[in-house]
Structures are given as C-alpha cells and as structure tokens.
Design a protein. Structure first.
Length: 321
C-alpha cells in the first residue's frame, strides 16, 4: 500500500514556478489583510456570492447542476430542492457554512472527513454517506459486485467533465434537465488511475491524515504545499463511493481557512477551477501517474492549485482598487 512521506518535502527541490507562486501569494496575503477590517460589508456580500458560485461550480464539475435562477433561490432558501441534484447542491452549501463557522476547531482526521461527507449528503442520505468504502460495501446482497474501484467517481470524474462540455449551459437547463448522466451507473468508462483498493482505504486515510498533521506540526514546509499535496493524495485514495471530487474541494477550502488564506472565502476557487478545468484535468492526470508506486510527480497539481489561489488574490485586489 502507498505510504505518505510528507517529511520528504523538507529536502525536495521546489520548482521555480511554485516558489514564485508561494512568494506572490504571501505578498498578497499581507497586502490585503487590512481589507477585511476596512470594508466588512463589501466582503460579506462577496462571501455570500462566492459561496453560491462555489456550490454551483463544484457540483457542476461532477455533472450535478440546476439552472442559475433556481440555484440562487435554492441556496437563499427561497425554494425547496425538487430532485437529488438540488439536494446535493444544498448539502455542499451546508458544508461550506460548516467549514466557515468551525474551521478553527476542525481537525484533519478520518472522523472529521467522514462527518463532512455525511453532511454533504444530509438532504439525500444513503448507507454510504459518511462511510469509507469497504469490501463489504462493494457487494450487493445477492453477491454481485455493486461498484468497482477502477470506476470510482473521483478517479475518473475529470474525464466526465471533458465529455460534458457539449452539454447545454446551466442557464439553458431546468431542474429536470440537469445532468442527464446523473444516477447512471454506466456513465464512467475512462480511468485516469486506479485508486486504493477497498480493503486499504480506511488505513490509507489514517496514514494520510497522520502524515499531514505531523508535517504541519513541524512547520518546516509551506502549508500550501502540504495542503495541496493532501488534496492530491485524497483524490488518489478516493475513500468514498461518490462525492470525492467535491470533498477534495471542501478539504482544500478548510485547509486554506485554517492557515489564514482568506481569498477563497471571498472569491470562488471552485468557479476558477471550473473555468480552467482543462488545466485542472491535465495537472491531475500528470500528478497521478505512478502514484501507487510512490514515484509520481506532485508538482503539476500543486502548481496548478497555487496558480488558482494566486488568481483569487489578484481578483480580490482588483475588486477593491
């Protein structure tokens, strides 16, 4: 089973592009710190719209959508969800609120991650909500395999995004037309990588959280590098039957909030990822090659994610200049 050696980042050579991104993000972080005090009303409005856009974008990346008109009304509590897609969108918004309120006391542990996943499906719960995949959960009562790790959603949902580029824009879809592939067990056929086997997922998540927390406690490596590596490893483990992509973005935001990178509160990082999803898919594909063997190159994915964070800070500055 794959091991997680986050201490290796202490001596690993950092690519020049990543060093540049880290320096610029640090500069913007300090420069914009006082904005949160000087213009609280403006920032509160930005946080509200970022949350709405983020919930829409993060779900659309997995083919879960509703119309823009219904999305705003749904997230503002003006209408009730009419299908599972809208219930999942509402669950994502609930998780965003949870992270925003409790990120200071939240801990990156398997227990917290399972709780967050259960919250993601709070409006459409199932026996798999908040539970890591086990060999038993892959088998139906009649003994037939119910789900194949090689076809896990998070391992391949990036290819789904590419295939869905020909779908109508969200503005053209009503709630009944949203995601024609949704709920179709045969929709996934292209595999980027083979995630951790079902019998190893729970242990892999324990090992991952322990490695991340140990490295963070030592404080010898940038929290941005460690955090984006954590997101990458989480996607490669794919611990849940569904929702791994959205969970990875929620965990990304949690890690950024915990380390006082506030741009993601005011600017939707999920929307930036959606707008550059080709680059996201390419970086994820590059960084997952040979992951099982421990010889993958994490820097394409880390560099992409840092570029998204830097772009959010630049947009935040532009809105206040």
């Amino acid at each position: 089973m794959r091991t997680f050696d986050y201490d290796s980042f202490e001596t690993a050579p950092i690519p020049g592009e990543v060093r540049l991104y880290l320096a610029l993000i640090k500069e913007y972080k300090g420069k914009l710190q006082d904005l949160y005090l000087r213009k609280p009303d403006t920032l509160n409005k930005m946080i509200h719209f970022a949350r709405q856009r983020g919930a829409g974008s993060s779900n659309r990346l997995e083919g879960i959508a509703t119309s823009d008109k219904r999305l705003a009304a749904l997230l503002d509590g003006e209408v009730k969800p009419v299908n599972r897609a809208e219930k999942e969108i509402l669950g994502y918004k609930y998780c965003l609120d949870l992270i925003r309120k409790n990120h200071v006391t939240a801990t990156i542990t398997p227990g917290y991650i399972m709780m967050l996943h259960e919250s993601l499906y709070r409006y459409c719960p199932s026996p798999e909500s908040g539970r890591f995949i086990t060999p038993e959960s892959l088998v139906k009562a009649d003994g037939e395999e119910a789900w194949n790790p090689e076809c896990s959603e998070s391992a391949v949902h990036e290819d789904e995004v590419i295939r869905q580029e020909d779908l109508p824009d969200a503005e053209m879809m009503n709630s009944d037309q949203a995601d024609p592939h949704y709920g179709n067990p045969d929709r996934v056929r292209t595999v980027h990588f083979v995630p951790v086997t079902a019998r190893d997922k729970e242990q892999a998540m324990r090992d991952l959280c322990n490695a991340y927390n140990r490295a963070m406690a030592k404080n010898n490596v940038s929290s941005l590098i460690l955090g984006m590596q954590f997101v990458l490893d989480f996607l490669c483990i794919s611990p849940f039957k569904e929702g791994n992509g959205r969970m990875s973005r929620l965990l990304m935001l949690l890690i950024l909030y915990q380390n006082d990178y506030k741009a993601g509160k005011c600017i939707s990082l999920e929307t930036m990822i959606e707008k550059t999803r080709k680059g996201y898919c390419e970086s994820l594909h590059s960084s997952t090659q040979n992951w099982q063997e421990g010889t993958n190159n994490p820097w394409p994915f880390i560099s992409y994610m840092l570029g998204i964070i830097l772009a959010a800070y630049r947009e935040l500055e532009n809105r206040f200049v």
